[in-house]
Ligand binder design. Sequence first.
Ligand SMILES: [Zn+2]
Ligand SMILES: [Zn+2]
Length: 88
Amino acid sequence: MSCCTFCSNEAEKLFSHSTHNLGSLCIDCYMTLHGSCGVCSHHFLPSDPTPDVTYRLQAKFIGMGEMNLIVCDNCFEAVRKEFPQMFV
Ligand SMILES: [Zn+2]
Ligand SMILES: [Zn+2]
């Protein structure tokens, strides 16, 4: 178990962002602080979210050694093509 850099909660998986390095964050902090694809910074949520609407996140995870990235569908496909050995 490791701890989230932001809220210090223990989390099974911590996530980083490839361009905005805020440390390793739990999924909740990641979505609050970044809320975007870890590769292309595409935002998962509208910038002006409507209250009472549940947004379904289309996010996927890529594990790169020590680092886990949350990526959008496009980046996931691109990475899978580029690095097929990561998905065996
Ligand atoms: Zn956290
Ligand atoms: Zn992306």
